[in-house]
Design a protein around this ligand. Structure first.
Ligand code: GUN
Length: 295
């Protein structure tokens, strides 16, 4: 079998077109959704993510305000920016680009963000509400994965989904959402991680296999059941002297070999990646609607 390619870039474009239509409608009522972004330090990968977010906002009609602080910024300075965003009426969503240079500050910074503006879905209130199946902002990458499945007509209802990776940002929210009694859930879910003993035995049982590990070649062809759906969340930089930047992006999955066996697969780049920013925009637009209608 040769897998159908699940084109995250095209799905992201469809969603962005829908968002653009919604922001145009909102504009007629004088509402422009706004996103506040804080970047601390000058990590090149983080900087390029922030630039991509800025462009994406522009594309769909979301106002964005970026604040850059040096890596030496104090905890207090960082919290002050978050509080400024919390208080600003034009800002509907707040994103603090992670990792922070001092990762010990991250939790308190996240908890300072007003949960009504937590479009990343990282605040404990958002995580708790998600866990309970209550309306909230879903974390962007897991939300993007669910949208790829839904918009590609892949049924999760009754499927056995195996997730590799237990991060708070991807693996654990995915397990939670996919197991919920809901349209995008109703799956039987197995969570695998670094201490899992019989990884291949478990992954071979998956109707849908999701890898969110951050290590190339984590998923090889012999770990995949015939006709399974494979979702690759990993984005890894691997050295490539022939590439312009000296590296290229590779997922967690051995794409060529697995694509011979799976029924559908997301590529890297162009799979889950473009969905993450798109769902951030979707959450920001949703926040603007909520903030202007529930007052
Ligand atoms: N760094 C890598 N991914 C993310 C994300 O989804 N949100 C934030 N804030 N930082 C990130």
């Amino acid at each position: 079998m040769t897998a159908r390619i699940l084109d995250g870039k095209a799905i992201a474009q469809d969603i962005r077109a829908e968002l653009k239509a919604r922001t145009a409608e909102l504009k007629k009522q004088g509402i422009v959704p706004g996103l506040g972004v804080l970047l601390v330090g000058d990590d090149p990968a983080s900087r390029s993510y922030v630039t991509a977010k800025e462009r994406a906002c522009e594309e769909v009609g979301v106002f964005s305000r970026e604040i850059f602080l040096p890596a030496s910024a104090s905890h207090q300075q960082i919290l002050d920016v978050v509080r400024q965003f919390n208080a600003a009426d034009q800002i509907d969503g707040i994103l603090v680009q992670l990792p922070l240079p001092d990762s010990s500050m991250e939790q308190s910074v996240i908890e300072t963000i007003l949960s009504e503006k937590d479009v990343d879905g990282f605040h404990p209130v958002s995580a708790g509400r998600m866990m309970l199946g209550l309306p909230t902002f879903l974390p962007c990458t897991p939300h993007g994965v669910l949208q790829i499945l839904r918009r590609s007509g892949i049924q999760t209802d009754g499927a056995h989904v195996v997730v590799i990776g237990r991060s708070n940002i991807v693996g654990r929210p995915l397990v939670n959402l996919l197991s919920q009694k809901s349209e995008l859930g109703n799956a039987t879910v197995t969570l695998c991680h670094t201490r899992t003993k019989n990884l291949a035995e478990l992954t071979r049982q998956a109707d849908i296999l999701i890898s969110a590990v951050g290590r190339p070649n984590t998923v090889t062809a012999e770990m995949v059941k015939d006709a399974a759906v494979v979702i690759d969340v990993g984005v890894n930089r691997v050295e490539d002297p022939t590439a312009r930047r000296g590296y290229r992006l590779k997922g967690d999955v051995d794409f060529e070999a697995v694509a011979e066996k799976a029924s559908a697969i997301t590529p890297v780049p162009g799979g889950v990646g473009p969905m993450t920013i798109t769902m951030l925009l979707a959450n920001t637009v949703e926040s603007a609607i909520r903030r202007h209608t529930v007052k």
